[in-house]
Design a protein around this ligand. Sequence first.
Ligand code: G4P
Length: 530
Amino acid sequence: MADLLQEIKKRKTFGVIAHPDAGKTTLTEKLLLFGGAIQEAGAVKSNKIKKGATSDFMEIERQRGISVATSVLAFEYKGHKINILDTPGHKDFAEDTYRTLTAVDSVIVVIDVAKGVEEQTEKLVQVCRMRKIPMLVFINKLDREGKDAFDLLDEVEQKLGLTVTPLSLPIGMGAQFQGIYNLWEKNIEFFLEEKKQKVGESVKIDDLNDAKVDELIGEKAAATLREEAELVETVYPPFNREEYMRGDLQPVFFGSALNNFGVRELLDAFIEIAPMPQPKEAEERTVEPVEKNFSGFVFKIHANMDPKHRDRLAFVKIVSGTFRRNENYLLVREGKKMKFSSPNAFFADKKEVVDESFPGDIVGLHDTGNFRIGDTLTAGEKLHFKGIPAFSPEHFRYINNDDPLKAKQLAKGIDQLMDEGVAQLFTLEMNGRKIIGTVGALQYEVIQYRLEHEYGAKCSYEPLSIHKACWVEADEKSEEFKEFARLKQRFLARDKFGQLVFLADSAFTIQMTQDKFPNVKLHFISEWRD
Ligand code: G4P
């Protein structure tokens, strides 16, 4: 039997976050190439929704197929088992990404050197900061003209609220790009454009003042490099692993994923410093990975592409102990014992049935409708892992049943799609009407399409002008709350878990409501009880 501690120490589970087009897919692919998990570039399909595809159902379906294949990519590198969890960059799927971030132990943030910090990066990094997830930054596309390295570091600090320390420095950029000085290993790696799929040469430099540097990159570039290396030392804090682990310091690397440049430096530093599977807070206690008993939680549910089989794949991150095939486990919310005869483990290009999995790993469990996002699965203990919040949706619409004979199918379909986390359902207190809230408009089409094809139910939507869903925290017996409920009764709803939600029609309304009812607290995240 495998030694649990050894298995845990081997594992690194992380996500790559980026604004679309910064190079997340390319970098992921190059990491797999280094790990020997794929043999050539082009093997990993991008699962991004291409521009202009927003109203094409088949495109959505095709993308769903790809995204299950790339949900988890695992490979071995220098004795480590690395699990990369896919995080969609498209903003309509941001909620999916937020949830995936509850299952990673660290992240790599990819930034395009020409575009700098973009909107999606800002949002995702904010979530990582809130959760104190250790982050490495990779500045990509150095083969192109872009912003000055130091200006970019300033931008990263200011816009993302990070404290950075460069662990590599670019030598030139764009047409003048010569390579990377690796401050971590103290060597220079040369950029050879024609060697796109291979690893560049590297020369070890113990002292930057060595005349060899002038020979290698030319006097001018050498002088600039020396100046910049000195600047790094004086301006930026030295790398400190504890600070990185606490989320207080973020090392930065430069490179070009497409040209396979700076990727090895990133990967080597990553396996050395990135955290192994970490303890996780449950409502009851903190759960340590080394505990003998298995525990884990569902962070993603993926419906089967085949409408004839309403089979779903629940992605479970293992938090503690050893997960075993055909063993009885407790689905805590339902108090139900379940066992799994064909749990899937994920590799770079395939999934396979596994007998055992360990903390840090993701197992895919076939499910016919029992699981819900955020569910805890244990060997028997009644634990509830914290930390899968719902954020206020951006779009709201009434959902109507278009076929009275299929009301049951519609209700079931809505229920299951909400369990999967496709969107959020709010039921108005006043009249029981159902409202679907989503992060992006795309989800409405996905829902309509899937309700019809998987559940045989037809629906239509009606517009509704809501600005934000605010989860309400108040003493429901107080006079103040009663007055609030009386005045706002048309806008009060329950979410899927029965929590009271105020659907505010404008930012102004929220402000007015808060001024008028100071003891009725409004939260934009469902998990305010934390
Ligand atoms: P994403 O997953 O973050 O959305 O980005 P992706 O890797 O798909 O990369 C977006 C585009 O940027 C791709 O070009 C990709 O080839 C390019 N790219 C990635 N890394 C680098 C780099 O280091 N240097 C340069 N110059 N380009 C890079 P595309 O034209 O959109 O797609 P494709 O036709 O090349 O697949």
